[in-house]
Write a protein that binds this ligand. Structure first.
Ligand code: ITT
Length: 197
């Protein structure tokens, strides 16, 4: 199955392709001739996932999906949340975001946090939402070089290493995005199975 993944984030693309496997060919907005930044101006992850997927669907008329993800830190009242990409600066500056997060958590003993991903799928013009959550904690220094974003600071519950110290397969097995994408895949497979009957 061929489907557009409305993202400009190459890390996400490879994580999602690994979970979906060879049965799915992911097409990027760029491959459809859409080179501008995809707008995400809403105040919720659901709203942004929806906005990104609809933006691409409106321009291509094709089936597509988008993922919006936020890191929700308990001691910061759920911040950076939907503002995770632009926490420290206007751009996607991962290093600056991580520095600001560590600064804002200085002296705080409650380090609980979770990643939450919402996927909006537009299939034959109809929207379907899927969510994936992983609970964990923020450590006080960066560890590891894999992954992206806040991965060097986040240890999922039940693990001893940050996402940035895990292989892509290990991260996908427990991550927010892995969970949400497996739900998406199950849904798409169930439709395929129904049409083959
Ligand atoms: P697209 O909108 O093009 O898909 P993006 O990087 O803007 O890419 P999001 O808005 O979903 O993606 O993500 C917001 C930020 O959250 C992102 O820039 C990272 O800093 C962080 N983030 C998202 N997923 C992450 C992950 O799996 N591990 C660590 N940080 C992540």
């Amino acid at each position: 199955m061929k489907i557009i993944f409305a993202t400009n984030n190459a890390h996400k693309l490879s994580e999602v392709q690994a979970v979906l496997g060879d049965g799915f060919t992911l097409v990027t907005p760029r491959q459809c001739g859409i080179t501008e930044e995809i707008p995400e101006e809403q105040e919720t992850l659901e709203g942004n996932a929806s906005q990104k997927a609809r933006y691409i669907h409106d321009r291509t008329g094709e089936n597509c999906f988008a993922d919006d993800t936020g890191l929700e830190v308990a001691a910061l009242g759920g911040a950076p949340g939907v503002h995770s990409a632009r926490y420290a600066t206007d751009g996607h500056d991962f290093a600056a975001n991580n520095r600001l997060l560590l600064r804002n958590l200085e002296g705080k003993s409650d380090r609980r946090a979770r990643f939450r991903t919402v996927i909006s799928l537009i299939l034959n013009g109809e929207e379907h939402l899927f969510e994936g959550v992983v609970e964990g904690r923020i450590i006080d220094h960066e560890a590891g070089h894999e992954g992206f974003g806040y991965d060097p600071l986040f240890i999922p519950d039940g693990c001893e290493r940050t996402f940035a110290e895990m292989s892509p397969e290990e991260k996908n097995a427990v991550s927010h995005r892995g969970r949400a994408v497996r739900k998406l895949a199950e849904y798409l497979h169930s439709l395929e199975a129904a049409t083959e009957k």
